[in-house]
Design a protein around this ligand. Sequence first.
Ligand code: ZN
Length: 387
Amino acid sequence: MSNNPLLHLLHVDALTPRGWAKDAWIAIAEGRIQKIVSPCEALPPLEGEVLTLPGWVASPGWIELQINGAFGVDFAEEPQRMWEIAARLPEFGLTAFLPTLVTSPLEAFRQAMKVWKAGPPPGWQGAIPLGLHFEGPFLNPKKKGAHNPKFLLQPNPDLVADWDSANGVRLVTLAPELPGAFELAQSLHRRGITLAIGHSHATFEEALAAFEQGFSYVTHLYNGMTPLEYRAPGLVGAILTHPEITVSLIADGVHVHPAMLKLAYQTRTPDQVVLVTDAMSALGMPPGRYPLGGGQEVFVDERSARLKDGTLAGSILKPVDALRNMMEYCHASLESVLPCLTSTPARVLGLANKGRLEVGADADLTLLDPQGNLGMTIVGGKVVYRA
Ligand code: ZN
C-alpha cells in the first residue's frame, strides 16, 4: 500500500481558473490536486477514499485576511491560543487565514510572532495560519474605530525591527499620513510585508502618494477612512478611481451600506476585492460580552459587535454569509464572487499554490452542498470539517 493517502471527489462542480468544470472528478494525493477530469465518465478503479457529491460546488479553499478571533478567544488578548482556534476555523469554510491583531501593547505582537513561529502542536490539523496581520498600532487617532487609543503609536522603524516574514508578519495596516509612516512602511516592504492602508485620515493627495510608496491594499474600504465627498474625494475617492488597488470589504450589511458595496464591486474587478469578515472573538458564540485586543470589552447581539459607546468593534460575520450578501447586493454570480474569498486573497499574499483549483495546487477546498450551504472543508487533502 502506498502511504500517500488518496481522496477522490466525484460528480462535483469545480470552479477552476478556466471556469466551471461541471460534474468533475477531482483526485487528491500528497496534499495536492492530482487530477481534475470533467465530466467524470468511465472511471478507472479508484484507490483510497471516494466521496460522491452530485450537485455540490467545489471552491478553492477560502482564505481570510482579517479575523481577530473566534469561539470566545481574541488573538491579541490570548495569542497562545492561536493554534487551538485555527483548528476550529474550518467550521466556517476557512482553509487558511491571517490571525489579526488589533492595536495592543507591542508585547502582544511579539507573543503572537513567537506562537506562530513555534508551529502547531503534534497531530494538529485545521485552517493554516499563513502569517499574521497587524492592524495597528500605527493608526490615525482620528479614525481609530474600536482600537484602544491608549496603545496607538507614532510610526518608528525601531519599534518594528523584529517584524518580518520569518517571524510570520505578512500584512500590516497603517495610516500612511502619519509622520514617519513612509519610512516605517519602506522598512516593512523591504522585508516582504504587504502594506495596507487603514484607519487613516489621508486626503486624496496623501492617498496617491501612499500608493506610490508601495501601499497596494486597503483594509475594510469605507470603514475608518476619509469618505467620498464631491469636492474632496478623500481616501475612498483615491481608491475607487485607481486602476490597481485591491480592497477588502466587510459585507455584513452593517459596516457598509449594500449600495456602497456594489459601488466598490463595480469599480474593481473581482481580482481586486477581498471579502473579509473582520470577525471578533464572538464568532461562533451566542450574544454576550466578549474580549477585543487592547483590553477591551465588546457587547455582541445577533447582528453586530460594539463597544459600550456604540462603536462597531469587528463583526460576527461568517464567510459564507459574506459570499451570499455580496451576490445579493451586487446581483453577482457565485462564480464572480468566489475569487474574493480565494484567488484574490492568495494573490495579495503572493501565494501561487493556493486559491486555485488546478493540478499541482495545494488541495485546500471549501465545498458547498446543493442548497448552497457550507458542507465540507478540506485542508492539504484531508477532510477537516463536515457539516
Ligand atoms: Zn479595523
